[in-house]
Structures are given as structure tokens and as C-alpha cells.
Design a protein around this ligand. Structure first.
Ligand SMILES: Cc1cc2nc3c(=O)[nH]c(=O)nc-3n(C[C@H](O)[C@H](O)[C@H](O)COP(=O)(O)OP(=O)(O)OC[C@H]3O[C@@H](n4cnc5c(N)ncnc54)[C@H](O)[C@@H]3O)c2cc1C
Ligand code: FES
Length: 510
């Protein structure tokens, strides 16, 4: 019952993803799409089907971003949010948020049938639950919001689906779950059939937004197009629209477990602290697995060992379901906006030909598909009734976001200074095998990792994005930045943006 040594998601179990070439030329296209996850692939699919020539570039391999490491519940139940949406945005907007996500579910159902995609899609109910009497009111208030908004669901008696005592549960009916890699990879043939081009290992570094915007890659190639769609998760060109100051990055953890008790049938999310997310899934050999997620924390704030988050999920699963085996474990991060509504639309005022979609608050399976629908309508000149609600330019103006804005940016300021003052408490020769830390090395402070063969990998830990200091993530063997979530391998390569440059190598003794 050991937790696997390395991170691998269930969705990459039997990897049949297509491979694509690296861009090696200057090219022109109608629309350049940057980032091949939920948003980028769905947008490319929708546009290509309507005769638009799309070019999709991906820094790594398609579906290796957060979409390949999600829990893949596809639902409009995004925690107990509707009472807050009603309060903060009013009934019309709260309803629009719900309906945009429901339309995404309808799109997924329809596309699976139309394109004959085998992706283990199934209809399940989504449930919020509490085991704590103190949280009952929250669910009752949420049920009232469901009634006001006409959402199909309400408080239910759980019966025996969960093997522990639940004091209240709120259901949203007829939601979905699937294998996200199979679903989004299933859209690729249609993109290619309609003349779309895809390039992997091709990282965008700049967007010049003149009349005809051009995207520059780190290898020095240029793509000219009428529109650019930034679907890179954290916008890599975040100076435009100040996204570095408007997004909060949170990392969380997942285990795929063969349990002694049967996994529950429906999809569950506890509103207690710590929160737990549950859904069943099938492995490629047909084995029933329980996905257990949780342990969210601000990305890069690794407070000791990140492996402890997996240990806590294992302990929770053992206590409640019994653990026979843990074939997969993985972690990933997602972004929250200042007001909890994603940013979907023009990247900033006066830049109508550079569009962005980000900030799904861990609910990107439906929000990301909704984003692709909104943005492709915009590019096709069609009116979309959801576009105003999600327009990213709203937060440039709104005073109500000021408190969250200040807190987020004060945290970044503290990290910046704290990182510079941090003194290593180890010398490099004190490192054990498979250990990473900030250490003293030849009188300097460097990031060091000693691999399984005893070889040392030394990097400078200053993040090339905006200069904060990265910290060691022992579970993923990576250097993670606490300011805006950039991540780097132990050899310094970029794992996740917004950074577009690697960590510098530290000088090693010969
Ligand atoms: C642990 C966890 C569990 C989750 N569970 C759920 C769930 O159950 N249901 C749900 O709805 N949502 C869930 N989410 C959220 C959801 O997975 C994400 O919101 C969604 O996958 C984001 O999709 P995306 O297309 O924006 O980003 P990604 O999938 O990350 O795609 C962005 C792509 O852009 C590429 N890229 C980045 N920079 C560049 C660049 N400069 N040039 C070229 N390419 C670049 C990246 O390599 C990446 O492949 C979860 C998130 C986490 C972290
Ligand atoms: S991600 Fe912004 S400073 Fe590191």
C-alpha cells in the first residue's frame, strides 16, 4: 500500500496521444491558439469546424497541463457558490454562470455522441456534503439559492453510498464525469481534418498586438494571425492586463485507490475543512478505483514536505474505505480570479484581437469548455449572452475586488522579501539521495537536488518571471514559485508558466 514514488495521473495510464512536430518556420494563420489543454483544444475544434484556419502551439506535449491531472468531474456544482453569486452579482448573473456551465455539459454529451469518442463519459449526480453540524446552514442556504435559480437539485438523504456519517448533503442532478485526456484527444482528428495545425514543444514567449498580432516563440519563430487566443492556463504574457496581480494559484493532490469498500456511485465534495473530493473511475484493465482529492494550498508554499499531503489523503482513505493498492498519485494547480468568476475575453482594454481564458477555480472541465464556446462565438462575430459576465476587463475597474487584490499582492511582496532573506540550513554534502534543498555551496546559496545515482543538480532558485525565490517540492521533485506558481524541474526546465525562461544553472565544481 505504498504511495507511488513518481507522480502519474490515471488519465495518462494508457497513453495513446498523438505526437506533433516542433514549429521550425515563420508562418501565418487565421487564429493562433497558445496552450493545448481543455480551453485550447476545444477552441481549436470549434473554430476549425467552422472553416477557420487555426494553429495550436503547445509548450510541452498536448494535455500535459492541468487538464491531464484533474479529477474530471464535469459539473455546474462548483462548491456552495450560488448563494455567493446571488449576493455578489444578482440573480441574472448567477443564473448566467449556471447556464454557461450547463451548456458546456450539453456540448460534451453531444460531442461524445457525434464524434464517437470513447472517454468513459457517465451521468452522475454531484453532491456537496458535510459531516459537521456547524456547516448545515451553508447547505440549506445553498439549497435556497438552487430554488431561486431553478437548479435541478436539493437536500437529499444519502442512504449508504458513503461509508461514514453525513449530516447533510445537497445534490445537483444529472452531471457528468469522464476521462479528460481521452475526451479532448478525441477532438484532435476533427481539428486536423479541417486544416488545423498543431505544434508541440513550441513555447510562446511574446505577443505583439499590432493590427496583425504576432506570436514569437522561444526558438525565435513568428506566427502572424488575425487573432491570438491565450489558453496557456496562467497567461504567459501576464503584463498585459496585469494578470500576475489578479490570479491566485492553488495546488492540490489526488490518489487513485483500489479500496476494500466499494467506491461511491455519485461525485462528492465535502464543504468541511479539510475538504475531500471523491469520485469513482475505472482503470484501463476495468478495475474500480476511488479518486480521492484535497489538501489544497497556495502553490509554492510547500511548508515542509509536500509528500505529507499524499500521506494525509492515504490515511483518510484507509480510515474510511480501506486501502488495497494505490496505483496512481498526482498533484496539479489551478487559478482563482479576484471575484471567483473566470476571465474570458479580450486580454485588456483596447486589445480586442488578443483573447484570454483563465481562472476556472478548479472547475475548468465545464468553465474551460464554456470559455471555448464564448471565445469562438466572439471570433465568428456571433453574439454570446455570457460574454459580459466573464469579460476580464471587469476587474480592471471593480472596487469590490480591492481587498482580495491587496491581500494577494501583499503576499507576493512578503514572498519576494522573505525568499531573499532565507538562509540555507544545510551544506550541499549533507544532502541524502533523492533530497532537494536550498544549500550552501562554495559560499553561495543554491538550489540542489541529489538524484538516485548520487549526481548533484544545482540551480539558482530565483524565478525568472518576477524574481521571487522558488522552494523545493519533494513530492514532484520540482522548484515551485510561491508568487505566481511557475514551476521548474530539478534541472531547471520550465514545467509550468507564467515563466517563459528556465532557472539558471548554478556553477558546479569540476
Ligand atoms: C487537482 C485538481 C483537480 C481538479 N479537478 C477538477 C474537476 O474535477 N472538475 C473540473 O471541472 N475542474 C477540475 N480542476 C480544474 C481543471 O482541471 C482546470 O481548470 C483545467 O484543466 C484548466 O485547463 P486549461 O486549458 O486552462 O489549462 P491546461 O490544461 O493547463 O492547459 C494549458 C496548456 O498551455 C501550455 N502552455 C503554458 N504556457 C505556454 C506557452 N508559453 N506557450 C505554449 N504553451 C503553453 C501548457 O503546457 C498546457 O498544456 C482541477 C484542478 C486541479 C488542480
Ligand atoms: S512565478 Fe512570478 S515570480 Fe515566480
Amino acid at each position: 500500500m505504498e504511495i507511488p514514488m513518481n507522480s502519474k495521473s490515471l488519465w495518462h495510464e494508457n497513453d495513446k496521444r498523438h505526437s506533433f512536430p516542433i514549429l521550425q518556420d515563420h508562418i501565418s494563420t487565421d487564429v493562433t491558439i497558445i496552450g493545448a489543454g481543455t480551453t485550447g483544444i476545444t477552441s481549436a475544434y470549434l473554430l476549425a469546424k467552422q472553416g477557420i484556419k487555426v494553429t495550436l502551439i503547445e509548450a510541452g506535449k498536448i494535455l500535459d497541463g492541468t487538464t491531464g491531472y484533474t479529477t474530471a468531474k464535469v459539473t455546474s456544482q462548483h462548491g456552495p457558490i450560488y448563494q455567493d453569486l446571488l449576493h455578489d452579482f444578482g440573480k441574472n448573473n448567477a443564473k448566467l454562470y449556471y447556464e454557461a456551465n450547463e451548456e458546456a455539459l450539453t456540448f460534451i454529451r453531444k460531442t461524445v455522441k457525434e464524434q464517437n469518442i470513447e472517454c468513459d463519459l457517465s451521468s452522475e449526480n454531484a453532491l456537496l456534503y458535510t459531516t459537521n453540524e456547524k456547516n448545515i446552514t451553508k447547505l440549506i442556504d445553498e439549497e435556497k439559492a438552487y430554488k431561486t435559480l431553478g437548479i435541478d437539485g436539493g437536500i437529499v438523504n444519502l442512504g449508504s453510498d458513503l461509508p461514514f456519517r453525513v449530516v447533510k448533503a445537497l445534490m445537483m442532478r444529472d452531471q457528468l464525469q469522464f476521462n479528460p485526456v481521452k475526451f479532448f484527444a478525441g477532438l484532435i482528428p476533427t481539428i486536423l481534418k479541417n486544416g488545423g495545425r498543431i505544434f508541440e514543444h513550441t513555447r510562446a514567449s511574446h505577443v505583439k498586438d499590432k493590427n496583425i498580432p504576432s506570436v514569437k516563440t522561444t526558438a525565435g519563430h513568428t506566427i502572424k494571425s488575425n487573432y491570438v487566443l491565450v489558453s496557456s492556463h496562467f497567461p504567459f504574457n501576464d503584463q498585459d492586463g496585469l494578470y500576475f496581480s489578479r490570479l491566485h494559484v492553488e495546488r492540490s493532490y489526488c490518489l487513485a485507490v483500489k479500496t476494500r469498500k466499494n467506491p461511491p456511485r455519485d461525485m462528492y465534495l465535502s464543504i468541511d475543512h479539510p475538504s475531500r473530493s471523491l469520485r469513482y473511475a475505472k482503470s484501463e484493465t476495468g478495475e474500480s478505483l476511488l479518486l480521492v482529492g484535497g489538501e489544497g494550498h497556495k502553490s509554492g508554499k510547500n511548508y515542509g514536505k509536500t509528500t505529507e499531503h499524499y500521506e494525509r489523503l492515504k490515511q483518510y482513505t484507509e480510515e474510511n474505505f480501506g486501502v488495497e493498492a494505490i496505483p496512481f498519485r498526482w498533484s496539479a494547480q489551478d487559478l482563482k480570479t479576484l471575484d471567483n468568476i473566470p476571465y474570458i475575453g479580450p486580454i485588456s482594454s483596447g486589445k480586442d484581437n488578443v483573447l484570454v481564458a483563465t481562472g476556472y477555480g478548479k472547475w475548468g472541465m465545464s468553465n474551460g469548455v464554456a470559455a471555448a464556446m464564448i471565445l469562438s462565438d466572439r471570433l465568428m462575430g456571433k453574439k454570446n449572452r455570457y460574454s459580459d459576465l466573464f469579460d476580464p476587463r471587469r476587474s480592471e475597474k471593480k472596487k469590490t475586488n480591492a481587498a482580495t487584490f491587496l491581500k494577494e499582492n501583499m503576499d507576493v511582496g512578503k514572498e519576494f522579501i522573505g525568499g531573499k532573506l532565507h538562509r540555507p540550513n544545510k551544506d550541499v554534502d549533507q544532502l541524502s539521495i533523492d533530497e532537494g534543498a536550498i544549500v550552501h555551496y562554495n559560499g553561495n546559496k543554491v538550489g540542489a537536488y541529489k538524484d538516485s545515482k548520487g549526481e548533484l543538480h544545482l540551480v539558482e532558485t530565483t524565478c525568472p518571471h518576477m524574481g521571487c525565490d522558488t522552494s523545493w517540492n519533494d513530492a514532484e521533485r520540482s522548484w515551485d514559485c510561491p508568487c505566481h506558481g511557475s514551476r521548474f524541474s530539478y534541472t531547471g526546465e520550465i514545467l509550468e508558466g507564467p515563466a517563459v525562461k528556465p532557472l539558471k544553472q548554478a556553477k558546479k565544481d569540476k
